[in-house]
Design a protein around this ligand. Structure first.
Ligand SMILES: [Zn+2]
Length: 273
């Protein structure tokens, strides 16, 4: 049995990373493809960042669909068009009570802070670098109980909020959080109003990831990280009801589903409840 397990695990690993040259994508997916080196590629008419070897990447958001058009112009001028259909997903309704009221109904001063926090995150997400972490198979930054999934409509203390564009993983406070792929730190804020200790990592070509509610941050802006390096310690800073990591992956400012990028979580790390 042990001898057979390895190839199965490998298959799962390959299937669970960014979709590779697929003709259909679920909402929230990241797609990686390769054109002949020297090609130009556009998505819905907008140019994509193509690496020297022809690799490129893009993401489709939670509300994307029903299709997008890729246009690939080869080095010889040949134009190929590919329609990618986007499969609609059903979203869960997520009711969370007991959220600290000051974070659900912020004062005007707090609202101003929330806005400036969001602007800093959005600015960091516009980074379009030559980093190559986006080509790697992403790993789980931490394992534990999934306490919030991507896309769910949030009802906090009875009031509707914007959809949840990330994955929440509950684990003991202080658990080390590891970077899922190589990248460069573009933001390291110890105290954002909603997300508390917040780190943003650029993985190249617009692919970035965010880690929120950290109780400790071990990295600095501009620092290069290798897959598996520790970013900081899991916590419950900002708007949180218990120790958890909010993990988000975006393509520029389009929020994607991190669960589509990683293999199934090792069973031993998931508690029964
Ligand atoms: Zn979250």
């Amino acid at each position: 049995m042990v001898g057979r397990a390895a190839p199965i695990a490998l298959l799962l690993c390959l299937a669970a990373s960014a979709a590779r040259a697929a003709d259909s994508l679920p909402q929230g997916a990241l797609m990686l493809a390769q054109a002949p080196p020297g090609s130009k590629v556009t998505l819905a008419g907008k140019p994509l960042h193509v690496a020297a070897d022809g690799h490129y990447v893009f993401g489709v958001g939670r509300n994307a669909g029903p299709a997008v058009m890729l246009e690939i112009t080869g080095p010889d001028g040949t134009v190929t068009r590919r329609q990618i259909t986007i499969a609609k997903r059903d979203w869960q309704i997520d009711r969370v009570d007991g959220v600290p009221e000051a974070t659900v109904s912020p004062s005007p001063e707090d609202l101003a802070r929330i806005k400036s926090d969001a602007q800093r995150v959005a600015a960091a997400r516009k980074t379009d670098s030559e980093e190559t972490g986006w080509l790697e198979h992403f790993l789980w930054p931490v394992t534990g109980r999934i306490s919030g999934i991507y896309g769910s409509q949030r009802i906090l203390n009875g009031r509707p909020f914007a959809p949840h564009l990330g994955l929440d993983i509950a684990a003991p406070a202080g658990t080390p959080i590891r970077v899922p792929a190589d990248g460069v730190v573009t933001l390291a804020d110890p105290d954002q109003f909603l997300t508390g200790g917040t780190v943003l990592i650029d993985h190249g070509h617009g692919v970035n990831s965010v880690y929120a509610h950290l109780q400790a941050i071990d990295v600095k802006v501009g620092q290069h990280l290798k897959q598996g390096d520790v970013i900081g310690g899991l916590g419950m800073t900002g708007r949180a009801t218990g120790p958890n990591l909010h993990w988000g992956v975006s393509w520029f400012t389009t929020g994607l589903d991190p669960a589509l990028l990683v293999p199934p979580m090792p069973a031993a790390s998931q508690p029964a409840h």
